[in-house]
Design a protein around this ligand. Structure first.
Ligand code: NOJ
Length: 731
C-alpha cells in the first residue's frame, strides 16, 4: 500500500480497528513514537522549553502526533499541510484549553456549577465546542473534573466544586456538551477529563504540590467524576502534576493502568500534563529524561505534552529492550483510533473551514445562551429585608467598586479567542435596564488590590447622592486559576474598608461579589443589605447580573462548595465525619471536637442559595420504609412556592449510613432536581432510593451497601434540612 492510502476514498467500509491495524503495519518505530509526541505552538501555557526551530521539520518527518496552542483555520491548515507532507500523511490533532468558551466567554466552570443546571452546562460546553471546532480544533483540555475542597487552590475556579455526586453529573454534562452524542461531528471536539488524579487535594492548597490521601477518600471523593466521565465516553484523560502517596501521577501505573485502563476498561488515551513527564526528575522519581520516559510509558501515559521525553528516548528504550514495543503499539493505537473517529483520515481539514469559522463565531444566539447560564449561576447569599429585586424606577443608583466597569476581570482565566471589548460590564448591564427617569452614578473607590484609600471620599460623595448603592467587589481575573494559590482568601486590598465607608452613609448597600473562588468578607456578610455572589460570569456578566438585580431572573444558584469562615478551617466540607466528640451545643465545647475561637461550621454551606420567593417542603413519604436486595423505595414530598415570584429551587437529597463497617460522613449528596414553580404552585417531587444510593466503598474498596439504618434528608441546602426519615436496608 502506498503512502496516502488512508485519505478520502480508502475502504470506508472497514472498521476503525482494521484501518488502525493496516496503518500501524506500515509505521516505523520512529513514526509510532512520533504519534505520542505533542508540541505547543507559539503560545505557551506552561514553562517555556525554548524549542521552536525544528518543529515544522519534525512534523514533516512524522515525529509529531498532536499540537496544542495552535488555533484558527489559517494556522491549523498550514500546520496540517506540513503533517500531510510526512511519509504516511497522518493528520495532527489540534488541541487547546477551551475551558469556558472559545470566542463567546461563558461563566467560569465553578460559576456554572452553582447553577446545578445540567442542561445549561451541557449547552455551554456545546457552544464552546462548536466555536472551537469551527476554528480547526479537534480537542479541548476540559472538563477539569478535580474535586476541590480547598479555596486557597486557585484552580477551584476551573472545577465543579467539592462534591463527588454533583461533580460527576456535571462531568457527564460537560463531556456530552463538548463531544456531542458521538465523536466526528464538526460542531464537537474531543473532551479530556483532567487531572488524573487527586490534583485538587494538593497539600495546603499550593498548586503542583504533593498529595497524600487514603484509598477511601480517593475512591469515594476524588475518583467518581473521572469514572463518570469515562463511562460517558470521554475521548481522553490528562494526568496530573501531583504525586499520589509518593508516586507522581504521570508515572503512576496504579492510577493509569490498574484503575483506568484495566478496571475501568478505558479505551481512550491519556495525555501527560504540560511537561509532567520531565517533572518527575525534580520530584526525585526519575534520574533523567530517559528514565522519566521509561517510567511514564510503563505507567500508561500515552502522549507526552511538551517534555520531549518520548521523542528523544522511546525508540532507543525499545531497541535496548527496556520498553516493550507492545506498550508503544497500545498507545499509538489509542491515538490513531481517535483520529479515525474524528474523520481526519477522510478529510484532515474537515474542522478547518473558513466559511464555518466566520459563521459560527458571530452567532448572536451564543451570547444569549451565555447570558442564560450566567444568570442561573448567580447565588443570592443574603436579602433579609427583600431589598432585591430593585425597581427599575429607583431614582438614583450608585455603582461603586473596582469591578463596576471592569471587563477583563469578569472573564477569568482561559479566554482563548475572546473579544474582551465586547464584555458587558455591571454598569452597562444596569444602565440598559433602568427607567428613563432613573440615574446611574459610578465611582471606583479603589483598585482591587490597593493599599490606599485616597479615592474613598469621592465614592462616599457619590453614594450620598443615591437612593441605593450597588458595590462591585471581588478578585481580579489573575487572582484565581492555575498557579494562583493564595494563603489569604479575604477580599483583597481595601475593599472591605471601602464597604465600611459606604455603609457609614446609611444608604442601603447591595454587594455583588465577583471572584474565582470562595472569599472571606465578614463585614460585608454581617452588614450588607443584600449579597449576590456572581463569580466571573463571562461576556454577558453585566446583563445577567442586571437581570437578577431587577428581578427579570429570580436567582436560583446554590453554592457548589463550602465558604469557610477562616483559612484556619480549610479544608472544610459539608460531608464531614461526626467524630467521637461532636459539638451538640455551641456553649459546651470543652473536650469536644471544636475550635475555641470559631464555630466549626462554614460561613455559607454547600448547597446554599436564596431566592426572591420562598419554598415550603412537606409530606415526606416513602413507598417502603425498608428494602432488600434489588428492591427500591419511592421517596416523595411536596414542594410549594409560597412567595410572590416564580422561581426555581434545587431540592437536595442527602443520606447518612448511621452505623457501618467504615465510618460514614454526616451527610452525602445522593440526588437533586431543579424545579421551577409559579407563585402558589406546588408539585410532588420524587426520588428513588435503591441500593446504589446506599452504597459506598467498604474496607476492601468494594462498592456495596450494608444492611442497617439510614437517615434520609431532604434539604434546600446541606445545612438547611427540611424533611427527614429513617430507612432500613434489610439482609
Ligand atoms: C497545564 C494545566 O495543568 C492543564 O490543565 C492544561 O491543559 C495544560 N497546562 C495545557 O495548557
Amino acid at each position: 500500500m502506498l503512502p496516502g492510502f488512508c485519505l478520502r476514498g480508502y475502504s470506508q467500509k472497514k472498521s476503525i480497528d482494521q484501518r488502525v491495524d493496516s496503518l500501524m503495519k506500515l509505521m516505523t518505530l520512529e513514526e509510532k513514537a512520533g504519534q505520542l509526541n505533542q508540541y505547543s505552538g507559539k503560545e505557551v501555557t506552561g514553562p517555556v522549553t525554548g524549542r521552536q526551530t525544528y518543529l515544522l521539520n519534525d512534523i514533516k518527518a512524522g515525529l509529531v502526533g498532536s499540537m496544542l496552542n495552535v488555533r484558527g483555520v489559517k494556522d491549523t491548515r498550514e500546520i496540517q499541510a506540513a503533517a500531510l507532507q510526512s511519509r504516511l500523511k497522518i493528520p495532527l490533532l489540534f488541541s487547546l484549553d477551551v475551558i469556558h468558551g472559545y470566542k463567546t466567554i461563558f461563566p467560569i466552570p465553578l460559576a456554572e456549577a452553582a447553577s446545578w443546571d445540567l442542561e445549561a452546562i451541557r449547552l455551554s460546553a456545546h457552544i464552546a465546542a462548536k466555536e472551537a471546532a469551527a476554528s480547526g480544533l479537534h480537542w479541548t483540555f476540559a472538563p477539569m473534573v478535580d474535586i476541590g475542597r480547598d479555596p486557597r487552590w486557585g484552580r477551584v475556579m476551573e472545577g465543579a466544586g467539592e462534591d463527588p455526586f454533583l461533580g460527576s453529573k456535571i462531568a457527564v454534562a460537560r463531556v456530552k456538551g463538548f463531544q456531542g452524542e458521538e465523536l466526528g461531528g464538526t460542531d464537537a471536539v474531543m473532551a479530556c477529563a483532567k487531572h488524573f488524579a487527586a490534583y485538587g487535594a494538593a497539600m495546603a492548597g499550593r498548586d503542583y504540590n504533593a498529595v497524600d490521601m487514603s484509598s477511601q477518600l480517593l475512591w469515594e471523593t476524588y475518583l467518581p467524576p473521572f469514572k463518570a466521565a469515562a463511562d460517558a465516553g470521554v475521548a481522553t484523560f490528562m494526568n496530573s502534576f501531583n504525586t499520589l502517596n509518593g508516586i507522581p501521577a504521570t508515572g503512576n501505573s496504579y492510577l493509569q493502568r490498574d484503575i483506568l485502563k484495566d478496571a475501568w476498561k478505558y479505551k481512550g488515551f491519556v495525555v501527560s500534563d504540560w511537561g509532567s513527564i520531565g517533572e518527575m526528575i525534580p520530584w526525585g522519581y526519575a534520574n533523567d529524561l530517559n528514565d522519566a520516559a521509561l517510567k511514564a510509558i510503563n505507567a500508561g501515559s500515552d502522549m507526552d505534552m511538551e517534555s520531549e521525553a518520548y521523542k528523544k528516548n522511546l525508540v532507543q528504550l525499545v531497541k535496548e529492550n527496556k520498553v516493550d514495543v507492545k506498550l508503544i503499539d497500545d498507545a499509538v493505537r489509542r491515538i490513531l483510533y481517535k483520529k479515525f473517529e474524528l474523520g481526519l483520515f477522510d478529510d484532515p481539514y474537515r474542522f478547518s473551514d473558513y466559511k464555518r469559522e466566520q459563521k459560527v463565531m458571530n452567532d448572536p444566539q451564543s451570547r444569549l445562551i451565555a447570558r442564560d447560564v450566567a444568570q442561573r449561576s448567580v447565588v443570592l447569599l443574603k436579602n433579609p429585608d427583600n431589598i432585591l429585586p430593585l425597581a427599575k424606577t429607583t431614582q438614583t443608583i450608585a455603582v461603586i467598586g473596582p469591578l463596576g466597569k471592569s471587563k477583563r476581570d469578569l472573564e477569568g482565566s482561559w479566554i482563548p479567542q475572546s473579544d474582551t471589548i465586547l464584555v458587558t460590564t455591571l454598569f452597562d448591564g444596569l444602565s440598559r435596564k433602568i427607567s428613563k427617569s432613573s440615574k446611574l452614578l459610578y465611582a471606583k473607590g479603589c483598585n482591587i488590590n490597593d493599599d490606599k484609600d485616597s479615592d474613598f471620599a469621592e465614592a462616599v460623595e457619590t453614594a450620598k447622592k443615591a437612593d441605593i448603592v450597588i458595590m462591585a467587589l471581588g478578585e481580579s481575573w489573575d487572582m484565581s486559576g492555575e498557579a494562583k494559590s493564595r494563603t489569604d482568601i479575604h477580599l483583597p486590598g481595601k475593599q472591605e474598608a471601602l464597604f465600611e465607608a459606604i455603609r457609614a452613609t446609611g444608604k442601603p448597600v447591595v454587594v455583588v461579589m465577583m471572584a474565582g473562588r470562595p472569599l472571606i468578607f465578614d463585614k460585608i456578610a454581617d452588614h450588607a443589605s443584600a449579597i449576590l455572589y456572581a463569580w466571573w460570569l463571562g461576556a454577558e456578566a453585566g446583563n445577567a447580573i442586571a437581570n437578577v438585580v431587577f428581578g427579570d431572573y429570580n436567582p436560583s444558584g446554590k453554592l457548589p462548595l463550602t465558604f469557610p469562615r477562616s483559612v484556619g478551617q480549610i479544608p472544610l466540607s459539608y460531608s464531614y465525619y461526626n467524630t467521637g466528640r461532636p459539638v451538640k451545643n455551641l456553649k459546651d465545647i470543652k473536650y469536644k471536637s471544636a475550635y475555641i475561637d470559631s464555630p466549626n461550621g462554614p460561613r455559607y454551606a454547600f448547597g446554599f442559595g436564596l431566592s426572591y420567593t420562598s419554598f415550603d417542603y412537606s409530606d415526606l413519604s416513602l413507598s417502603k420504609s425498608s428494602i432488600k436486595g434489588n428492591e427500591s423505595s419511592d421517596l416523595s414530598f411536596t414542594l410549594k412556592n409560597t412567595g410572590k415570584f416564580a422561581g426555581e429551587e434545587v431540592v437536595q437529597l442527602y443520606l447518612q449510613d448511621v452505623v457501618s463497617s467504615v465510618v460514614r460522613p454526616v451527610k452525602e449528596l445522593k440526588d437533586f432536581q431543579k424545579i421551577a414553580l409559579k407563585p402558589g404552585e406546588s408539585r410532588t417531587i420524587r426520588f428513588t432510593i435503591d441500593k446504589e444510593k446506599l452504597s459506598f466503598f467498604n474496607r476492601s474498596l468494594q462498592w456495596g451497601a450494608e444492611p442497617g439504618s439510614f437517615k434520609l434528608m431532604i434539604g434546600a441546602a446541606s445545612d438547611d434540612i427540611r424533611l427527614e426519615k429513617t430507612f432500613e436496608l434489610g439482609l
